[in-house]
Each structure stands twice: as structure tokens, then as C-alpha cells.
Write a protein that binds this ligand. Structure first.
Ligand code: AMP
Ligand code: MG
Length: 397
């Protein structure tokens, strides 16, 4: 089966899902519920924006050819009003930010740039035609698509929807995601735990990650490392829009997940990625449902979700694009690793100029270290060492 580089594996996820995706069910939600949802329709301008020429400063509506010089004030226009009179030669109208530009005027002279005496204003400055004016339709024309479907609504999209008068908006349904933890040593959080046992933290971190990514998580019972039981629970998980399995995908004697998936005639697209943590990562499809077999170490589960499963969830949820929250930061100290694998290591990002410091850890089972991190340092598979002060890629947590 296929071992892929980090980039090729991501590419594979995008291609497989884009090729398979059909019509995604959608529903209408009200404006107050739209934040964080993926838009299921194009959002169009209901009128020109702005609907008429508007001042962007407090000052005086003028004819640019009249300045510099002295002008006579003939009136005032505030935001929400319309001037009943037009600006003629040698005249000006006092105007407030947001107010419509009176007829005859083609620019705004800032109040700070004029000296006022009674009904006269004077300035030494020339103004450009169009200065401090947003003309009708300069932001958008009536009927323009302002945000296409497939975008997740953030606060700016919410403002846009409110601006164009939408009280209800069509959004794609949230994908339903089954989470199946496996392992004889795994016990449910509420149960007593023996020293050789481990509480099921992965199901809960995954549920949190799914929720953050706009999906609806359902945690299935833990599967023992036993083929029949694992295959049965995988069968339940395949009824969802996406199945996330944690553990059981390494080369150990009791790693039965791939065998159990094969019982459901699964297609496997890759089962190893040159990343750390998370090398034995499985991606495929069975009964029409995509699945990921995520390695069970908590760091592996978290990282592989963020860099692979989240992209799948975004696309299944109707998003057209899915980007990793990557940035560059300067290392506070030198860093080396063995090339060949792309590494994601817990790190702390700080300071105004974005400095990154790797966090000491005991490997991918070290949940306390992961909780101290606010980012992952991303070590390129091709590069061996970085000096203090070098820029390195960072995945935001
Ligand atoms: P596996 O990928 O099944 O070989 O699991 C690797 C290691 O990850 C196990 O030895 C456990 O220490 C840990 N692990 C597996 N599943 C979970 C889980 N659901 N929650 C927390 N840790 C887990
Ligand atoms: Mg296991």
C-alpha cells in the first residue's frame, strides 16, 4: 500500500473527496445562527454599495476646481439626511461622515483643513476630485456576488449578510462524524483505571476538534483489539458522513483496524505518511464513507486530525477551500532533526515579533506537554538544521 509525503497525502485527501462529493444537504438558518456555518448559496448585493456617493470625513462638500480659496457655506447635511440644495460655484455645504454628497460637489474638504469665519470657509489646500468620497457602487454593484457559497461565515460575512438585508441564509448541514477509539488498554473516562490502562482521551480531543471544525461528533463505544468487535463498530461508524478511528493502525500483532476495514470492502488510498508524529496514518473509503485510521498516541491523533481530517471535514461540510493555519516565526534557539519526515512538535509562540520555542516533551504520548503548547513547530522533511533567529514554519494550535 502507499506511503506518501506530507504534501502528497494532503493532495490525495483533497482529490479523493472533491471527486466523490455530491450535493450536500442544506438548511435555512437565521442571521444570528450563521456564524461558523458554511454558506450554501452565493451572497449578492441587493443594491449598489454605497447606494449613493457618501462622505468618509467630517468637513465640507466642495467643487474641487474652486480650491484653494474661500467658499460660502450654504447649508448642512448629516448622516441619514439628503441635502435639499446643490453646491454651486464658490459654495460649500457642511457635511458629516456617512452623509450623502450633495449634487454639484465632487470632493470633501476635511474640517481640520479649513478655517471657518461665520458663513465663510477658507483653505490653502487644493483638493482632488473624488477626495474623501465613496462613490455609488464603488464597493459593489447591485447583483454582484459578494461572497460565493462554500465559504465559512466569519464576523465579516455576518456583517455582509446584515448589510444586504438577509435575515435567513442557506447553509450546508454540519457533517456527522463518528469517533471510534480502539485498544484493550483504553477505558472510558468515568471508569476505574488500573496502572497499565489509559483513559480514553483521544475520543474527547477528537470530539473537540470535530466541533471546532464545524462537525457534529458522536463517540462510539471503545473497540477492543479484536477483529469481530472492531469490524462491527466500524460498520456503525460507516453510517456517518466521516469516520475517525484512533489506534490500531500500527504494525503490532493486535492492530486489527485495517483488517476490520477490509471486511467492509474498504478502498485504501494511503496507509503511511512520512510525518512525525503520525506515520501509520490510514485514509480510505468504505460504503461511500471516508475514514481515517489515526495512530493512537495522543499527539499523533491530534496532529493528524488537524493536518488531514480537518481538511476532509471542511470539504464534506461544503467548504470550497481548506487552508492550514500556518505562519512563520523566528526560533529562539537552534533546532535540528533527522530529515525524511515532516515533524510537528509542540512549541510556544510568543512576543510581538512571533518567536517560537520548542517545548521539551517525552514523545507523542505526552499530553501535559501538548497542553503547554500553543502551536506546533513544523520541521520541513528536507531541512536538517535551523539556527537561532531563523524563520521556521508554525502550525497554530
Ligand atoms: P496504537 O496506535 O493503537 O498502537 O496506540 C498507541 C498508544 O496510544 C497506546 O499505547 C496508548 O498509549 C495510546 N492511545 C491509544 N488510544 C488512545 C486513546 N483513545 N486515548 C488515549 N491514548 C490512547
Ligand atoms: Mg492500540
Amino acid at each position: 500500500m502507499a506511503t506518501l509525503s506530507f504534501e502528497d497525502a494532503r493532495q490525495c485527501v483533497f482529490e479523493r473527496i472533491r471527486a466523490a462529493i455530491g450535493d450536500i444537504p442544506s438548511q435555512d438558518v437565521s442571521l444570528v445562527d450563521v456564524h461558523g456555518r458554511v454558506l450554501g448559496e452565493d451572497i449578492r448585493a441587493d443594491r449598489d454599495y454605497p447606494p449613493l456617493a457618501r462622505s468618509v470625513r467630517d468637513g465640507f462638500a466642495v467643487r474641487s476646481q474652486d480650491l484653494p480659496g474661500e467658499l460660502t457655506l450654504i447649508g448642512e447635511v448629516a448622516a441619514g439626511d439628503v441635502s435639499a440644495v446643490a453646491v454651486g460655484s464658490g459654495q460649500a455645504i457642511e457635511i458629516m461622515t456617512g452623509a450623502p454628497l450633495p449634487d454639484g460637489a465632487d470632493a470633501v474638504l476635511m474640517v481640520e483643513h479649513a478655517v471657518r469665519e461665520g458663513t465663510a470657509i477658507r483653505t490653502e489646500r487644493a483638493v482632488r476630485a473624488g477626495e474623501f468620497v465613496n462613490f455609488q457602487g464603488s464597493e459593489a454593484k447591485a447583483g454582484d456576488v459578494l461572497t460565493p457559497r462554500g465559504v465559512r461565515a466569519g464576523f465579516a460575512e455576518v456583517a455582509l449578510l446584515a448589510s444586504v438585508g438577509r435575515t435567513h441564509i442557506r447553509v450546508y448541514n454540519r457533517p456527522r462524524v463518528a469517533i471510534l477509539a480502539t485498544g484493550n488498554e483504553i477505558v472510558e473516562v468515568k471508569e476505574p483505571v488500573l496502572p497499565q490502562q489509559i483513559r480514553n482521551s483521544n475520543a474527547h480531543s477528537l470530539a473537540a476538534q470535530v466541533q471546532r471544525a464545524g462537525g457534529v461528533p458522536s463517540i462510539l463505544p471503545v473497540a477492543k483489539d479484536q477483529l469481530e468487535m472492531t469490524a462491527k463498530l466500524i460498520g456503525e461508524g460507516l453510517d456517518y458522513d466521516l469516520l475517525l478511528i484512533s489506534g490500531g493502525v500500527s504494525a503490532g500483532k493486535y492492530d486489527v483496524v485495517e483488517q476490520a476495514l477490509a471486511r467492509h470492502s474498504a478502498e485504501f488510498y494511503f496507509d503511511r505518511v512520512r510525518i512525525q508524529p503520525g506515520q501509520p496514518l490510514v485514509f480510505g473509503r468504505a460504503r461511500g464513507t471516508f475514514f481515517f485510521g489515526l495512530p493512537g498516541n495522543p499527539a499523533s491523533t491530534m496532529v493528524t486530525f488537524e493536518v488531514f481530517a480537518r481538511a476532509a471535514l471542511d470539504l464534506l461540510g461544503g467548504q470550497t477551500e481548506s487552508l492550514l493555519p500556518l505562519t512563520l516565526a523566528r526560533l529562539t534557539r537552534g533546532f535540528t532533526h533527522k530529515p525524511g519526515l515532516t515533524r510537528f512538535l509542540p512549541a510556544h509562540l510568543s512576543g510581538r515579533t512571533a518567536e517560537i520555542t520548542p517545548i521539551p516533551w517525552q514523545g507523542s504520548s505526552d499530553v501535559p506537554a501538548l497542553s503547554r503548547a500553543n502551536a506546533f513547530l513544523v520541521a520541513d522533511a528536507e531541512q536538517e538544521s535551523w539556527k537561532a533567529g531563523d524563520l521556521i514554519q508554525v502550525l497554530l494550535k
